[in-house]
Design a protein around this ligand. Structure first.
Ligand SMILES: NC(=O)c1ccc[n+]([C@@H]2O[C@H](COP(=O)([O-])OP(=O)(O)OC[C@H]3O[C@@H](n4cnc5c(N)ncnc54)[C@H](OP(=O)(O)O)[C@@H]3O)[C@@H](O)[C@H]2O)c1
Length: 285
């Protein structure tokens, strides 16, 4: 059985490969990367490295030859070639090469999600459903690492603003989503859909947890979208980037990342790291 991991040089891919190596031998693991020099530096020895760029379908057709199972890590949005097109290249190449199963890192509750960030994931899930290949959608809620600037602000005793209101977010550490992905890859009868998330909390609850961990005084202040946007622009963000962040806060406020599911602990075989410990871990990096 040959296992491939695409976008393998990113944070998620590097962890997923280390976790997969605990389960299968290095000779059965193929890392598909756009930068082979980087891969040689950051990936473990003994695995196979193949060049495959999401913007170049021919390279993917070459890279996915004789692969049985693919962990398809979603690309980064905002490139010259749209993420949807990049993902279409991956799905088409996998199908052409006879890949049997694809586990795809998707978006929380993708069937109902309406945010801009969810659109490419919804489109990719549709492509995979229609491809005829077996699949699992690994719907990763939200990496706690995304909120590192809030955690650091609190740890420095500085206030921070959010516009997500009482919206709850199923934070977990990126390494736990990646470990979950590796576990799913070795299952014989993986489910079609995994809603991977930690216990959902609001920004106010996140702030309480940071206070408990750091012992510092500060406030995470709930503000309107407009106040939040103005604050971002004042601190140096371009208006277009500020708009993207406002969109994410709206996504959180509307509950898109509020996922109650035991899928992640069930797959990992243990509880997800408690929020306080996860905060401590990020702050100690
Ligand atoms: N749920 C969440 O909270 C959340 C948060 C952040 C990201 N994500 C998603 O999860 C994915 C993995 O996260 P991450 O932390 O590993 O991100 P990351 O560290 O930024 O890694 C992104 C990976 O995508 C690769 N990549 C980008 N463009 C590519 C292309 N054209 N062809 C092939 N590979 C390409 C990068 O290659 P290089 O190493 O060569 O740059 C890198 O390996 C992200 O790409 C994003 O879709 C989810």
């Amino acid at each position: 059985m040959k296992y491939a991991i695409s976008a393998a040089t990113g944070h998620f891919g590097q962890i997923a490969i280390r976790e997969l190596l605990k389960e299968v031998s290095a000779e059965d693991i193929i890392a598909i990367v756009r930068n082979t020099d980087k891969a040689k530096k950051v990936l473990p020895e003994g695995i196979t490295i193949r060049k495959g760029d999401y913007t170049d379908k021919a390279s993917l057709v070459e890279a996915l030859k004789n692969v049985n199972k693919l962990l398809f890590i979603s690309s980064v949005p905002g490139g010259e070639v749209s993420r949807e097109q990049q993902h279409q290249n991956v799905v088409e190449a996998a199908k052409e090469d006879g890949v049997e199963y694809v586990a795809y890192t998707s978006f929380a509750k993708a069937d109902d999600a309406k945010s801009a960030l969810s659109a490419d994931h919804k489109a990719t899930e549709k492509m995979l459903r229609e491809s005829g290949m077996k699949y699992s959608f690994l719907r990763n809620a939200w990496y706690l690492e995304n909120e590192t600037s809030y955690l650091k602000a609190g740890a420095n005793g500085e206030d921070a603003e959010y516009a997500a209101g009482d919206g709850k977010i199923g934070f977990a550490l990126e390494r736990e989503y990646a470990a979950g992905a590796a576990k799913v890859m070795i299952l014989d009868n993986a489910k079609d859909i995994y809603e991977f998330a930690g216990k959902p909390v609001s920004y106010a609850e996140l702030g309480q947890a940071v206070k408990k961990v750091t012992g510092k005084s500060f406030e995470f202040k709930s503000v309107s979208d407009e106040e939040y946007r103005n604050g971002l622009i004042k601190s140096g963000f371009e208006p277009a980037v500020a708009d993207v962040f406002v969109g994410m806060q709206d996504m959180m406020r509307s509950g898109e990342l509020d996922v109650e599911s035991s899928d992640l602990p069930d797959v990992l075989g243990h509880a997800v790291t408690p929020l306080n410990d996860a905060i401590r871990e990020i702050l100690s990096r």
